[in-house]
Design a protein around this ligand. Structure first.
Ligand code: UD1
Length: 419
């Protein structure tokens, strides 16, 4: 199993190119089910999750060809609306195929995703949403069997905002008979991109980027032959927090600064200097960080996928701070591992709030990743720590970060992948 060896205490200088967004490419690949012919997706990050989604589509009959930075998907031969447990359990986003399969074939058999490193993460909103569009849904041996001869538009109100349920129900609704309204829809840039992509196929979605989406059902869609994935705001945020913590000056290229407004504002409150240009962000940090309390929230709030990295940054700040997690109340698996590197973080699970002691002198340790974003915060912590750390189970990071060790080495980090 691969692991990283990291020698800490180096400041970071130089340029990094940010990759396409994992959370955008996966729903776009699922949406290719609704395409009729060839689609080329570019700016595709080189991730194990992109490969898992390719395998899923291939299993359904699509022709999928992954070349560097691109995925070519031909959906003409897609004929098997089935998503097996083996693939869905390794990547929850596989569940995205439910909506488009149901819209295209009138039926779908998709494995329930099962648990996750930080709690149950249910899919009840997805299922209730497609039921409200008129589908029958049965559970057989861990599989959702959804059927409908003709989905019907409806008003759907999610109990809370869900990225996945919005994308899934949206893809089901575009070919429904009549109009659909989704309330508490996600406004995340990745969902916005999905909406624009579906509209380029002939769907009629409005309210994009707000929490109410209106969908006018259409009877058919046309083929779209290309789409370019938006930049990964979580990868960019991770690099920003890493440079803020270690100190240095780094320019991130190929980013969309509009998607990072909240993160940039929080970093500025933390005493980091940021220069924003059209599609780049330059960060300058002397490592003197001010404590700043944050809460995670749906977009445009502070992304939950960056809270672990923020905790590391706050551990090297000049005072104490708090972080309240409003999306996943028990997403704190990284805390004991951060504490092994010398952080002093305690969590009140009743209020989902972490108290982070600042001014910590981090010392190298042997630590284990528990999930994707936890791996990222451990890498950043090892970069700040005195001595040589080992990070185990980096397969988590390969799910969502494109060649992170190469990008970090290029800006001066001492990080080596070992087998
Ligand atoms: C997506 C992102 C993930 C990010 C998360 C929150 C992808 C592939 N993944 O995950 O990186 O951390 O958004 O920004 O885009 N919920 C339910 N029932 C449901 C669905 C969700 O109770 O049926 C709850 C969840 O437990 C959570 C909240 O809704 O508390 C938001 O989750 P959701 O937005 O659905 O997360 P994902 O789409 O799985």
């Amino acid at each position: 199993m691969d692991y990283f060896e990291i020698e800490g205490k180096n400041q970071l200088f130089g340029d990094v190119d940010i990759s396409g967004a994992k959370n955008a490419v996966l729903p776009l690949m699922a949406a290719s089910i609704l395409n009729t012919n060839q689609l080329t997706i570019s700016n595709v990050p080189n991730l194990s999750d992109s490969i898992t989604m390719s395998d899923l589509l291939k299993g359904m009959g699509s022709e999928v060809d992954l070349s560097s930075g691109k995925i070519h998907i031909n959906s003409q031969s897609l004929n098997n609306p089935y998503a097996p447990y083996d693939l869905v359990r390794t990547m929850r986003a596989s569940f995205y195929v439910l909506g488009p399969l149901l819209a295209k074939f009138g039926e779908a058999k998709v494995s329930l995703p099962g648990g996750c490193a930080w709690g149950p993460r249910p899919v009840d909103f997805h299922i209730e949403g497609i039921k409200q569009l008129g589908a029958t849904v049965d559970l057989e041996e861990g599989y959702i069997i959804a059927k409908s001869n003709q989905l019907k538009g409806n008003k759907i109100v999610f109990p809370k905002i869900s990225v996945g349920a919005t994308g899934n129900v949206l893809m089901a609704s575009i070919l429904a008979d009549g109009d659909t309204e989704i309330h508490n829809a996600a406004a995340e840039p990745e969902i916005q991109q999905l909406c624009h992509f579906l509209n380029s196929m002939g769907a009629k979605i409005s309210g994009i980027g707000t929490n109410i989406l209106q969908i006018e059902g259409v009877t058919s869609l046309q083929n779209v032959d290309s789409v370019d994935v938006i930049p990964d705001r979580i990868e960019a945020g991770t690099f920003l927090m890493g440079v803020a913590a270690t100190g240095g000056e780094v320019k991130l290229n190929k980013v969309n600064p509009d998607h990072l407004k909240t993160i940039i504002s929080c970093l500025e409150h933390a005493n980091v200097n940021i220069r924003v240009e059209n599609d780049s962000i330059t960060i300058l940090s002397d490592g003197n960080i001010n404590p700043y309390d944050i809460e995670t929230n749906e977009y445009p709030g502070f992304a939950t996928d960056l809270q672990a990295q923020w905790m590391l940054l706050m551990s090297v700040a000049s005072g104490d701070s708090t972080l309240k997690e409003n999306i996943y109340f028990d997403r704190f698996n990284h805390v004991p591992e951060l504490n092994r590197l010398g952080c002093d973080i305690s969590v009140d699970l009743k209020t989902a709030t972490a108290s982070i002691k600042g001014q910590r002198k981090l010392i190298a340790a042997n630590v284990t990743s528990t999930d994707l974003r936890a791996s990222a915060c451990l890498i950043l912590a090892a970069l700040c720590a005195e001595g040589n750390s080992t990070i185990n189970r980096v397969y988590h990071i390969d799910r969502g970060y494109d060649k992170i060790e190469e990008k970090l080495s290029k800006i001066g980090a001492k990080i080596i992948r070992k087998k």
